[in-house]
Design a protein around this ligand. Sequence first.
Ligand SMILES: *[C@@H]1O[C@H](CO)[C@@H](O)[C@H](O)[C@H]1NC(C)=O
Length: 223
Amino acid sequence: MNMERLLLLGLSMLVACSQALSLDQCDQALGMESGEIADSQLTVSSSFSDHIVGAHSARIRTEHRGGAWCPLQAITDQVHEYLQIDLGQVTVITAAETQGRFGNGRGMEWAERYELEYWRPGWDAETGWRTYRNVSGHTRLDGNVNSYMAAKTPLDPPLLAAKVRLVPRSSHPRTVCLRAELYGCRYTGTEYGARWGKGAYGTGLEHARKGVRTYMSTKVHTS
Ligand SMILES: *[C@@H]1O[C@H](CO)[C@@H](O)[C@H](O)[C@H]1NC(C)=O
């Protein structure tokens, strides 16, 4: 291996490592619980009652009015109801967390499973939404098992999106309510830039992770 290639490899490793580091620290609650995400950034496809169980009640670990967002229809795999969170800018999302409707003990609704749909600037506002798929190819994320325990699911690969929809799913018709939080960090466009995938699906970050592994093993084998 010539000197130039070695230098290039070292440089790539450095870049790859700093990417991995910044991703490890990318786990801040994005503001559903704290209110940093404002009510005006939340929309829902429908609700059983906007006043009681509308978007404003969808904040995790809070008991606001009815205690969660509850869509009008019973949820099946065909029904498309969603809670939409507009993050205002492209954001790295590394985990999603849901909770059912506790409603001070009266609630008994939760989502057993849900999907994440996401949107980025430049995509069609109506038809451009895509469904998140994890590294194993699954779209359904595990939701809740009761009305009170929150369940947090890491996203591998992380998701880059400006808007996210939580879409409850159920194989049998089921009344669902949910509260949510998203975790991640601001996307600056530089820390992952070098390995940013341009593919239709590519989140870029998965490429970054593969890059780290590849460069690490290359180093071990060639040194
Ligand atoms: C992908 O999603 C499935 C279904 O939710 C889950 O069982 C699996 O562990 C996930 N894989 C990863 C790598 O997160």
